[in-house]
Design a protein around this ligand. Sequence first.
Ligand code: NDP
Length: 419
Amino acid sequence: MGKALIIGCGGVASVAIAKCCQNSEVFTEIMIASRTLSKCDALKEKLQPSTKTIIHTRQVDADKVPELVAIMEEFKPDVCLNLALPYQDLTIMDACLACGANYVDTANYEAEDTDDPAWRAIYEKRCKEKGFTAYFDYSWQWAYQDKFKNAGLTALLGTGFDPGVTSVFTAYALKHYFDEIHYIDILDCNGGDHGYPFATNFNPEINLREVSANGSYWEDGHWVETKPMEIKREYNFAGVGDKDMYLLHHEEIESLAKNIPGVKRIRFFMTFGQSYLMHMNCLQNVGMLGTTPVEFEGREIVPIKFLKALLPDPASLGPRTVGKTNIGCIFTGVKDGKERSIYIYNICDHQEAFKETGAQAVSYTTGVPAMIGTALVASGVWSGAGVYNVEEFDPDPYMDMLNQYGLPWVVDENPVLVD
Ligand code: NDP
């Protein structure tokens, strides 16, 4: 039915591409284009023998619009799935506009160079106006609304697990269980153990920046900001057990606050073990999470990039990670005048994910919904000219595909709430 260009060939992409190959009716042809061609070729070699989807590969620097345009002009994709890094969101959106391709991603735009004075001026104004200090926010991509509308193209933002599935769970809860949702708690639990004292489950640079930043939540129409890891709760997760979880800023809070009418509070919690937190605090204290280049023995290095080179590659964690993830949302609101709460979640097993795709559950839980969002756009089930977050579309076909493609979900109508 359609042609998809997939940018990036890391942990998440390897799962999304494997899943596209299981859905050859929609994905008749794909092109994998990333910085390191050998990774694209290796994945093609692994997947091509057992799929009808025709796979092509190319090398690309996705920071460069002309390189992207050249590939799109040659391949003529219906849709482009961006699974590189959030730094490349805007260049890939520009190339899609230039070539008439729909756009899909899993993470909102973040500037790579946060010391750039032009970027900083806009960032500081936004911090003051909106009240949260995360380096990433939706304003950059929402600003493309008119461009996509005028071009008659769809940009679908944030179709990973969180954001992505958590946002679709919200739309589903609103459609089938509530007249109005008042409280949303998004709980992201990773009960996996990889056996290393310290490693990150996805790109270390993105992961460590997110976790070491201030937390924040949405309440009564405004942001409340907290210090990193200031708010801690304990929760007993189905399939995992008791875990400590900490309140973080997270990007779907921003879009859900805009798109869910009547919502009073949205919080996001993620579980962390003591070993992870101890290492992260120590690395932060010694400056290893810094993004500003420092002079070392005659050359400049960026501390967090150097740290990335020392840490285990997230892709290498797959074979050694055991345990499960449990990610979902607890909703409280009203239906027919009565208050009710429900909890929708998915449990994913690291080893089962690895057996199927060669990647652990964190990549799996992101890669599957990346394929689903792209398939719904490519097949026209989700359509509309403009820039959309996933909760703005009908959740039902997405929820069906989660069951079909390996992320079955559960609705608990009597959940334990988070205080
Ligand atoms: P990885 O670092 O494993 O993969 C990123 C890939 O992008 C690599 O193949 C890398 O190339 C490639 N890449 C990086 N820069 C460029 C560039 N300039 N041009 C071309 N290719 C480039 O990251 P993940 O797979 O873990 O994450 C992918 C995305 O998914 C990220 O945006 C992340 O934020 C998002 N994510 C979203 C989640 C969600 O639930 N919504 C959860 C987890 C991740 P190379 O192989 O050469 O390094």
